[in-house]
Design a protein around this ligand. Structure first.
Ligand SMILES: Nc1ncnc2c1ncn2[C@@H]1O[C@H](COP(=O)(O)OP(=O)(O)OP(=O)(O)O)[C@@H](O)[C@H]1O
Ligand SMILES: [Mg+2]
Length: 231
């Protein structure tokens, strides 16, 4: 099993010693080559869930395993390797480095990886940028890109190290429908050809329905659902 989320709870400190309870027993299983969409209203815990699976935060209780390994058991080196190599993260806010070009931004995760930037890595970067429609924008800095172009650059960056699991937080939020379709095409192609597991947070029904399964966060739990209007 690629990803096992078991009875995960997570809350945050609130005013006057209270705690906001966000996740209250979230469960999710994902095999290699599977894809899920995560829906849920604003504030329901979608980004929190991705942050936990991406090992950016720790659950209060419960367990998260990736390829059988409990994330809380990783030492700092293994954790860094996990964040840089095993998972690809597309943040809700893209977090591109403003001083670097698009091309450099895409290659940054490869700089920290064992093999460094080989010809093959550069070929993959070029292919990913073509696939997201930014082949002609390589030399631009993020500040010179539109919101949707930044989002697409962030997707290319998340995929450069051939992750096994992609965690994407509204990757098409700033895209028109046609550009969004092209981006989802790329994710599904890698899902097929590289067995990339996909966890895609989205508000867009046309994106969600292309994933194999759809979950909604309801009262802190993940409930399998259908897109309204689908058979
Ligand atoms: N670091 C934090 N400290 C305090 N509260 C937090 C923190 N991170 C998230 N929260 C709270 O947890 C809840 C869930 O936040 P989260 O970002 O997971 O929502 P979301 O489902 O991604 O929403 P959106 O669709 O608006 O992105 C919110 O009420 C938020 O205020
Ligand atoms: Mg969010």
């Amino acid at each position: 099993m690629l990803l096992e989320v078991e009875k995960v709870t997570k809350g945050f400190p609130a005013a006057e010693g209270d705690r906001v309870r966000v996740l209250e027993g979230a469960d999710l299983l994902l095999d290699a080559g599977e894809s899920v969409a995560i829906l849920g209203p604003s504030g329901s815990g979608k980004s929190t869930l991705l942050n936990l699976v991406g090992a950016l935060e720790r659950p209060d209780s419960g367990r998260i395993r990736v390829s059988g390994t409990d994330l809380t058991a990783l030492d700092p080196d293994a954790l860094a390797a996990y964040r840089n190599g095993t998972v690809g993260f597309v943040f809700q806010l893209h977090h591109l480095l403003p001083q670097c070009s698009v091309w450099e931004n895409v290659l940054v995760p490869a700089l920290a990886a064992p093999g460094r930037v080989t010809d093959e890595v550069e070929k993959r970067a070029a292919r990913l940028l073509e696939a997201v429609g930014l082949g002609h924008r390589r030399a631009h800095r993020p500040g010179a890109l539109s919101g949707g172009e930044r989002q697409r650059a962030a997707v290319a960056r998340a995929l450069i190290n051939r992750p096994r699991l992609l965690l994407a937080d509204e990757p098409t939020g700033a895209l028109d429908r046609r550009t969004a379709t092209g981006l989802v095409d790329l994710l599904l192609e890698l899902n097929r050809t590289e067995g990339l597991g996909l966890v895609v947070v989205t508000h867009a029904p046309e994106v969600a329905r292309r994933m194999q399964r759809v979950f909604e966060i309801v009262d802190g739990r993940l409930v399998e659902t259908r897109i309204p209007g689908d058979a």
